[in-house]
Ligand binder design. Structure first.
Ligand code: NAI
Length: 334
């Protein structure tokens, strides 16, 4: 039966990279149709809201979405559509697997890391106000419920995917109550999973250790802000933002999107690397049980990269369309 998937192209490079991804998904033989929805600036103009109810209804109806990046105005304008989407749909886990692909230029050869970011609270609660002129307050919310839920997600993922170790990342030496609660919840959940090793790191030390010896880490579980920053850092370990996929997962709904943003500096030039959103589509197909189709795309991606066909961010000369063309040809030839 044809599966309907919500497609949010996003803006900036979003339409270019999602177009490449939908072509590749079709070429792999996945029986899907796309329910196209607009969010961000375009939706603001058409509906007066950056995240119209119709987008949320579409995801609730279809259960799954593939999403391109959406620009968030800095310091003014509407709140982040991405944060809003994750909070409204209770997509509490942000999963970001980071793996070295052969023939992608990077400083490290054997990175195989899964970053699990808490997606609904922390410093992304949007609770900021001016106390007096020149002084603002931003509230960091940490709850036992959300911290336990994300820790359990990480350990369940570890069990299901044969991972060996989960490292909780925090700054509980300074933020003793908030990060302290996060760490305590991780420790409590860890006790239920004897087969999975557990340890923890302070965020600053973790950053140093990650760039020195990334192969020493298996899975990381982090509060929202640290997870956001560390997943970009981790992307840099394996060839950059153009390569790293992501998934926002709740108990029933799932939105798949790359780690990267709308890249306004290269938007509209057909030069963006679509691999991150294509790898997000692979995660999506696996989530939908379309394992063969996902495997076809995974094999094609490795094949095309191994043949030296790369976009500019990886030192190559292929444009977005040419890279997608090569993937489609590779899938058709297999
Ligand atoms: P960004 O990730 O868009 O770009 C950072 C750098 O990486 C830029 O030099 C860009 O050219 C490069 N880059 C990113 N993706 C690439 C790709 N696929 N191929 C080649 N190069 C790529 O981060 P930035 O500039 O901080 O954010 C731009 C906008 O995107 C902001 O409005 C931000 O709020 C939004 N954003 C949206 C996200 C989402 O929709 N999930 C996630 C992150 C940022």
């Amino acid at each position: 039966m044809t599966k309907t998937i919500t497609l949010i192209e996003g803006d900036g490079i979003g339409p270019e990279v999602t177009a490449a991804a939908t072509r590749v998904v079709s070429a792999a033989g996945a029986d899907v149709e796309w329910d196209r929805q607009a969010a961000g600036v375009d939706a603001m103009e058409a509906h007066g809201k950056p995240l119209p109810d119709s987008v949320l209804e579409s995801i609730e109806r279809n259960g799954v979405a593939l999403k391109g990046p959406v620009t968030t105005p800095v310091g003014r304008g509407f709140r982040s559509v991405n944060v809003e989407l994750r909070k409204t749909l209770n997509l509490y886990a942000n999963l970001r697997p980071v793996e070295t692909l052969p023939s992608v230029p990077s400083r490290y050869e054997t990175v195989d890391l899964v970053v699990v970011r808490e997606n609904t609270e922390g410093l992304y609660s949007g609770l900021e106000h001016t106390v007096v002129d020149g002084v603002v307050e931003s509230l960091k919310i940490v709850t036992r419920k959300a911290s336990t839920r994300i820790a359990r997600f990480a350990f369940e993922y570890a069990v299901a995917n044969s991972r060996k170790r989960v490292t909780a990342v925090h700054k509980a030496n300074i933020m003793k109550l908030s990060d302290g609660l996060f760490l305590q919840c991780c420790r409590e959940v860890a006790e239920e999973y004897e087969a999975i090793e557990f340890d923890d790191r302070i965020i600053d030390a973790l950053c140093m250790q990650l760039v020195s010896r990334p192969e020493n880490f298996d899975m990381l579980v982090l509060p929202n802000l640290y997870g956001d920053i560390v997943s970009d850092l981790a992307a840099g370990l394996v060839g950059g933002l153009g390569m790293t996929p992501g998934a926002n997962l709740g108990d029933e709904l799932a939105v798949f999107e790359a780690v990267h943003g709308s890249a306004p500096d290269i938007a509209g030039r057909n030069v963006a690397n679509p691999s991150a959103v294509i790898q997000s589509a692979i995660l999506m197909l696996e989530h939908l049980g379309m394992r063969e189709e996902a495997a076809r795309i995974r094999t094609a991606l490795r094949d095309v990269l191994a043949r030296g066909i790369r976009t500019r961010d990886l030192g190559g000369s292929a444009d977005t369309t040419e890279f997608a063309d090569a993937l489609v040809r590779s899938i058709e030839a297999s």
